[in-house]
Design a protein around this ligand. Structure first.
Ligand code: RVP
Length: 496
């Protein structure tokens, strides 16, 4: 018979990891994991597809740190694809499709392009792609007239170039020998085929863990929906070079989501892109996504810090149980699980992995970073950044302003007026945290400490060896600093 009280739901604050015998030192712990079937990350952290968390700047920063950003979809498909493009061109061993300019362009246009792509110069090509010269900050430094033409100031051929296929060591030697910063790669007909820059080498040294594709470009994910425009959006994102599509709905266990996934997996032009589906919180839902052919399953119904689904609809599953249940369906099929939402502290990352997740997705923990969209606000002398749910009224209003191209994650795309909208999220602020690098350092450092305590050299061992102890509210109180007046917050601990 139907038993409505079948399971107990536990979340991060209900459990702790048991310490286990350990020969592992934190610095020796390996945090590599899988986001989806074909995408590996050195750091198992993803940034949420939210308009106060992930645009191109955050996605670039996340990939550099060894994680992955998932671009939000509260903007036009064209703008979202443009952000994919920005990430893919940002840094690489080699830029295969460098941004270029033409001899007749104005210096002002060059300046705008350089600013948009954060580059210091552009190769100049003719209509058929033949390299004519290069215009860099050296050529521009003493120019005062922005209307001058590129061909009046550019450094002309012959330039130092290299053939397609030049390896990084040879390229570096050429850059050093000629004391130049950019090395265009050309084919036998003199057409520009790529660009290698000094900056890319220094970045490679600076970000050894960076998440990169086969040709050395940073990886990026992007969220899409299920309504009419979603297919077109997906195709634009794929064209722009996206690595991961996330069919991102509040209720992933629905026919439209499963159909969208199956359709994407059947599309030849998407074959090289992994497709994640979500969000789900039960074993049956995860099983349905697996059967639809997903490369990854995103778990979380209601755990988010800004989410009100569990009180508005009374629906959800506490996140540790939700991850555990989903993993029961995903692990046997070799489909990675993303634990999305509800993480408050670095210790929650290891708890998610032990419960069955392969990576976690973070919103509130990253919204305060310099790289997240939005301005700093001052409140009583402290710095904050705004953070809001994608199901909040504010996010809905942004969406309504762009009604024609973006549809709702909460299945309310027909709602025209604010008064009719039933929000499932709130708007707020989080403390400013500075650059992602420092924040990620604390989060990954915490995970390494977890692995040390559990005695796990890598994520596989963490999953295999990790055991939970259930705690009570007295145990939770004991876990946090208590019975003192805190005089100094730590970089990884603030009172909420
Ligand atoms: P958190 O990290 O706890 O801030 O949660 C972030 C997650 O919350 C997102 O990745 C998303 O799955 C979910 N979310 C986003 N908007 C809303 C909402 O408005 N309810 N929820």
């Amino acid at each position: 018979p139907h038993d409505p009280f079948a399971t107990v739901g536990l979340t991060y604050d209900d459990v702790l990891l048991l310490p286990g015998e350990s020969d592992v030192v934190p610095s020796g712990a390996m945090t590599r994991s899988r986001v989806s079937k074909r995408i590996t990350v050195e750091v198992p952290l993803l940034s949420s597809a939210m308009d106060t968390v992930t645009e191109s700047r955050m996605a670039i920063a996340m990939a550099r740190q060894g994680g992955l950003g998932v671009l939000h979809r509260n903007l036009s498909a064209e703008d979202q694809a443009q952000q994919v493009d920005l990430v893919k061109r940002s840094e690489a061993g080699m830029v295969s499709h460098p941004v270029t300019t033409s001899p007749s362009a104005s210096l002002q246009q060059v300046d705008e392009l350089c600013g948009r792509y954060r580059v210091s110069g552009l190769p100049v090509v003719d209509d058929s792609g033949v390299l004519l010269g290069i215009v860099t900050n050296r050529d521009l430094r003493f120019e005062t007239d922005p209307t001058r033409r590129v061909d009046e100031v550019m450094t002309r051929m012959p330039l130092v170039t290299a053939p397609v296929g030049t390896d990084p060591d040879q390229a570096m030697a050429l850059l050093a020998q000629h004391k130049i910063e950019k090395l265009p790669l050309v084919d036998a007909d003199g057409r520009l085929r790529g660009l290698i820059t000094v900056k890319d080498f220094t970045k490679a040294d600076k970000y050894p863990l960076a998440t990169k594709d086969e040709v050395g470009r940073l990886r990026v994910g992007a969220a899409i929906g299920i309504f009419e425009d979603a297919w077109k959006r997906a195709m634009l994102l794929v064209e722009a070079g996206v690595d991961l599509l996330v069919v991102d709905m509040a209720h992933g266990h629905s026919r439209a989501v499963l159909e969208m996934i199956a359709r994407l997996k059947a599309e030849p032009s998407v074959a090289h892109v992994d497709v994640v589906g979500g969000n789900v919180a039960t074993r049956a839902a995860a099983q349905a996504l697996v059967e639809a052919g997903v490369d990854g399953v995103k778990v979380g119904v209601g755990p988010g810090s800004i989410c009100t689904t569990r009180v508005v609809a009374g629906v959800g599953v506490p996140q540790v149980t939700a991850i555990y249940e989903a993993a029961q369906a995903c692990a046997p099929a070799g489909v990675p699980v993303i634990g999305d939402g509800g993480l408050q502290y670095s210790g929650d990352i290891a708890k998610a992995l032990v419960a069955g997740a392969d990576t976690v997705m973070l919103g509130s923990l990253l919204a305060g970073c310099e790289e997240s969209p939005g301005e700093l606000v001052f409140v009583n002398g402290k710095q904050y950044k705004s953070y809001r749910g994608m199901g909040s009224l504010g996010a809905q209003q942004t969406r309504a302003g762009a009604r024609s191209f973006s549809k709702d994650r909460y299945f309310q795309n027909d709602v025209a007026v604010d008064d009719d909208f039933v929000p499932e999220g709130v708007e707020g602020q989080v403390p400013y945290r500075g650059p992602l690098g420092a924040v990620a350092h604390q989060l990954v450092g915490g995970l390494r400490q977890s692995m040390f305590y559990v005695g796990a050299e890598d994520v596989g061992q963490l999953k295999a060896r990790g055991r939970f102890v259930r705690i009570t509210s007295a145990g939770l109180k004991e876990s946090h600093p208590h019975d003192i007046r805190m005089t100094n917050e730590a970089p990884n601990y603030t009172v909420r």
